[in-house]
Design a protein around this ligand. Sequence first.
Ligand SMILES: [Zn+2]
Length: 114
Amino acid sequence: MKELIAAIPKEELHFHLECSLKPELLFKIAHRNKIEIPFASVDELRRAYKLSNLQEFLDIYYQGMNVVQTEEDCFDLTMAYLDRCAADNVKHVEVFFDPQGHTARGGAGNGYDA
Ligand SMILES: [Zn+2]
């Protein structure tokens, strides 16, 4: 049954890209950008991803929004998401990116200037 479900073509109709940020990548990007996060290890961060209410989700979500700052970060975030889509046989996605959460930090040098 798992193989059948994995093989079925899928589509994702409403997905916020920043919500796809996994603990490993969040940790990697935070260190690459020299941003302090309140987690000493990927395992500690992974435990924080075990959410039990909306506020815990929002805390992690904004933590992720804060570390994604450069074009390279956006590329890594997007590719990690698309790799998972390919592995899950997702054929169509409607992805949202929330620039307002990033531009609040300022425009210059953050990689989003176009
Ligand atoms: Zn939405």
